[in-house]
Write a protein that binds this ligand. Structure first.
Ligand code: MSP
Length: 651
C-alpha cells in the first residue's frame, strides 16, 4: 500500500491569520486529498508553534496567562481550517504533553551522546524574532535586519547543537537527491552550507515560556528542537505507541514557505542525522502571496491583511481555495488583488466550468428529455475522451511534482475544449435534423461524461463543487470522492438513461466592487452597445421627441442564425443575424443572460442603422433591443408571431 505523509509548518499563534497563511495549508490539503483520492494511505499533519518570549509578552500585555492566550488563538486557527475544509489527520500543539515529552527525550539523547554541549554566548539579540545577529548584519542604529526593531546586547549561557559535525553528510544528501524543491532553493542552500555551518544555540536562560531542558531547569529549549520535532512527536516517536511513526516516517513532503526552507533543510536533517533517523524525502519551499499592486508582504501593521473568513463568507470556500491553488505557480511568489480574485472566479469557475455544466444540463433537458442519452455505437468521435485521458495524465504528473497550479491548468484544457466542442457541434442545429439524432446523442453523452470526470479530478482542490456537479448529472454526490479512482476516471462510467437534476449555477458571477471596478463595469457596458443592466431610463428628464426623430432609428426583424462566446469577454456574444436577404454580424452584451444555444432560432429586433463599431476586435453592425429589470435581469424583445418574416421594419 502506498503511503503519503505530508506536513505544514506549525503556525505561530497569530490572532489575525491572513490569506497568505492559508496558502501553505490549502496547498497541503490539496495534496493530501489527491493522495487519499488515489487510495494511498495518507497522513496530513498541521499544528501550532506556541512557545517563546514573544507569546509570553503578548499574553502579559493582555493580562492573560500564556496558555489562556494561546488556547484562544488556537481555537480561532482551528475555526479557519474548518472554514477552509482542511482535512488534517492530526493537529499538534507544542504545548501538549505528548510533544513536550518527545522534545525532552530528543534533547537528552543528543546531550548524552555529546551532540549538545553547554557554552556561553554573547551577541545582539532581537526579542521579537528570537534571533541573535552578528554586528555586521544589523541595520543602522542597531536595528534587526529582519523586523527593523532595536536589538539588545545579550549575554547568555546556553546549550549548543553540533550542527557543523553533520555539514558534509548533509551537503551530499542535498546534492545527490531531490530533497529540496524547487531546484532554485536547492542551490541557495548548497551555497549557504558551503559558507560554513556554525553550531546552533538550542536553549535560552532568558525565556520561561517553553519546554525546560530536562536536566537543567534554568534553561528552556529554544525554538529549533521544540518546533521541528513536531513532525515526529505527532507520530509518537520515542513513545510506547509509535505505530504511526513506523508507518509514516520519513515524511514524503514538508511543505513550507520559502523563508523557513533553511531551518527545514539544514537544521532539521542534522537533528535527525544525530538521532540516527531517516531524513524526510522532500522539503518543498513555496513562494509568498503578496498583497496589492505594490506586491507588499501582508502584515497587521501595514493594514493590508486580507481576512480569509471575509472572502469565504462572500465568495464561498471553493472560490477561495481555487484562487489560492490556481493563481500562483506553486513555488513562485504571487500577488493578491481583489480584482484578480474576482476575475479568476468569474472566468474559470463561473464562465468556463459553470457554463459548461449549465449548458450541458440544459441541452440534455431540452433535447434528451432530461436523461443522459445513449451515444451512437457507430460514432468514432473521440475528441473529448482522448483529451480527457491525456489531461488526466498531465494532471497526475503535475500533482506528483507538486505543481498544483499546473494540474489545474491541465484540467482547464478539458473544460475549454468541451465548451468549444459545444459551439462546434451546435447540438441545437443537430436537434433540428432527424438524420443526425445519433450524433446529437453522442455529443450530449460526451459532454456529460467529461463533466463527470472533471468532478472526480477536482476533488483534491474543491470541497463542494465536485459533489454539486455529480448531483446535477444525476449521480450519487458522495461517490465522487469514494468510488475507486481507476473506476471513477474510466471513460464511459456514466450510464445512459441517468436522469439528470439540473440545478442552480455553480458559481454566480461576482460584480467588481464599485471603487476599483467602475472602469471595468463601464467598459463592459459601453462595449456591448446594449442597455446597461439595471439602467432603465427614468422618464423624468427624457425629452419628448417628434415622430421624425423616432423614424431616424431603423428597427428590423432579425433571426439569430449563429451565436458564440467571444473569448476573454465575459459579457459578449458574437451573433450572426438573418435580416431579410442580408446576413449581419453583431456583438451583444448579453452573455450573462443567454447561452448561445438558446438564441439560435429566436427572432429579435435589430437596430439596423447604428454606426458599426469594433468590440474586442470583432465588428458589430447594430444592436439588439432588450429590456432590463431593476435586479439586473434582462429579456430580449422578441416577436409575438415567431415566424414573422425577417427584414421587416418595426415601427
Ligand atoms: N512557526 C514557524 C514554523 C515552524 S515549523 C517547524 C512559522 N510559522 S508562521 O505562522 O509564521 O508561518 C506558517 C506558514 O505560513 C509558513 O509556511 C509561512 O511561509 C506561511 N506564510 C505566512 N505568510 C505567508 C504569505 N504571505 N504567503 C505565503 N505563505 C506565508 O513560520
Amino acid at each position: 500500500m502506498t503511503r503519503f505523509y505530508i506536513t505544514t509548518p506549525i503556525y505561530y499563534p497569530s490572532s489575525k491569520l491572513h490569506i497568505g497563511h492559508s496558502y501553505t495549508t490549502v496547498a497541503a490539503d490539496a495534496l493530501a486529498r489527491y493522495h487519499r483520492r488515489l487510495g494511498h494511505e495518507t497522513y496530513f499533519l498541521t499544528g501550532t508553534d506556541e512557545h517563546g518570549q514573544k507569546i509570553e509578552r503578548a499574553a502579559l500585555a493582555e493580562g492573560k496567562t500564556p496558555i489562556q492566550f494561546v488556547d484562544e488563538i488556537v481555537a480561532g486557527i482551528k475555526e479557519l481550517w474548518a472554514a477552509l475544509h482542511i482535512s488534517y489527520d492530526d493537529f499538534i500543539r507544542t504545548t501538549e504533553e505528548r510533544h513536550k515529552k518527545v522534545v525532552q527525550k530528543i534533547f537528552k539523547q543528543l546531550y548524552d551522546q555529546g551532540d549538545i554541549y553547554k557554552s556561553s554566548y554573547e551577541g545582539w539579540y532581537c526579542t521579537p524574532c528570537e534571533t541573535f545577529w552578528i554586528e555586521s548584519k544589523l541595520k543602522e542604529g542597531n536595528l534587526c535586519p529582519d523586523c527593523g526593531r532595536p536589538v539588545e546586547w545579550t549575554k547568555d549561557e546556553s546549550y549548543f547543537f553540533r550542527l557543523s559535525k553533520y555539514a558534509d553528510r548533509l551537503l551530499r544528501y542535498i546534492e545527490e537527491t531531490d530533497f529540496i524543491q524547487p531546484a532554485s532553493r536547492k542551490n541557495e542552500m548548497i551555497s549557504f552550507i558551503n559558507q560554513g555551518l556554525e553550531d546552533l544555540c538550542v536553549s535560552r536562560s532568558t525565556v520561561r515560556w517553553g519546554i525546560p531542558v530536562p536536566f537543567d531547569e534554568k534553561q528552556t529549549i529554544y525554538v529549533w528542537i521544540d518546533a521541528l520535532s513536531n513532525y515526529i512527536s505527532a507520530l509518537g516517536w520515542g513513545t510506547e505507541n509509535d505505530e504511526l511513526y513506523r508507518k509514516f516516517w520519513p515524511a514524503d513532503v514538508h511543505l513550507v514557505g520559502k523563508e523557513i526552507v533553511r531551518f527545514h533543510t539544514i537544521i532539521w536533517p542534522c537533528i535527525l542525522m544525530a538521532l540516527g533517523l531517516p531524513l524526510p524525502k522532500k522539503v518543498f519551499g513555496h513562494g509568498w502571496l503578496l498583497f496589492g499592486t505594490q506586491a507588499e508582504k501582508m502584515s497587521k501593521s501595514k493594514g493590508n491583511v486580507v481576512d480569509p473568513f471575509v472572502l469565504i463568507d462572500r465568495y464561498g470556500v471553493d472560490a477561495v481555495r481555487y484562487y489560492l491553488l490556481r493563481e500562483v505557480p506553486f513555488g513562485a511568489d504571487g500577488t493578491y488583488t481583489e480584482e484578480a480574485f474576482i476575475l479568476r472566479t468569474n472566468n474559470d469557475l463561473a464562465n468556463d466550468l459553470g457554463n459548461l455544466l449549465s449548458r450541458t444540463t440544459q441541452m440534455i433537458n431540452k433535447f434528451s428529455d432530461g436523461r443522459v442519452p445513449e451515444p451512437d455505437p457507430a460514432s468514432d468521435d473521440r475528441i473529448l475522451s482522448d483529451l480527457a485521458a491525456q489531461v488526466l495524465r498531465e494532471f497526475q504528473e503535475a500533482m506528483d511534482r507538486l505543481e498544483i497550479s499546473s494540474a489545474l491548468v491541465a484540467l482547464w484544457k478539458l473544460v475549454d475544449r468541451a465548451n468549444k466542442y459545444i459551439d462546434e457541434q451546435a447540438p441545437w442545429a443537430l436537434a433540428r435534423d432527424p438524420g443526425r439524432a445519433g450524433q446529437l446523442r453522442t455529443v450530449l453523452y460526451n459532454l456529460a461524461e467529461t463533466l463527470r470526470l472533471l468532478g472526480v479530478a477536482l476533488t483534491p482542490f474543491l470541497v463542494q463543487t465536485p459533489e454539486r456537479i455529480w448531483d446535477q448529472l444525476g449521480l450519487e454526490p458522495a461517490q465522487v470522492r469514494t468510488l475507486p479512482w481507476e473506476e471513477a476516471v474510466a471513460w464511459g462510467g456514466l450510464k445512459p438513461g441517468t436522469v439528470i437534476r439540473r440545478g442552480s449555477p455553480l458559481f454566480p458571477r461576482i460584480e467588481l466592487p464599485k471603487e476599483n471596478g467602475d472602469s471595468v463595469a463601464k467598459e463592459g457596458k459601453a462595449q456591448s452597445g446594449e442597455p446597461a443592466a439595471g439602467a432603465a431610463q427614468p422618464t423624468e428628464g427624457v425629452a419628448e421627441i417628434e415622430y421624425d426623430d423616432f423614424a431616424k432609428v431603423e428597427l428590423k426583424v432579425a433571426e439569430v442564425v449563429e451565436a458564440e462566446r467571444i473569448p476573454k469577454a465575459d459579457r459578449l456574444l458574437r451573433l450572426v443575424l438573418q435580416v431579410g436577404e442580408e446576413r449581419r454580424q453583431i456583438v451583444s452584451g448579453i452573455a450573462q443572460h443567454y447561452a448561445p444555444e438558446e438564441l439560435v432560432g429566436k427572432r429579435i429586433i435589430l437596430v439596423a442603422n447604428l454606426k458599426p463599431k469594433k468590440l474586442r476586435g470583432v465588428e458589430s453592425h447594430g444592436m439588439l433591443l432588450a429590456a432590463t429589470a431593476e435586479d439586473g435581469s434582462l429579456s430580449l424583445v422578441t416577436l409575438d408571431k415567431p415566424d414573422f418574416p425577417t427584414g421587416m421594419r418595426v415601427k
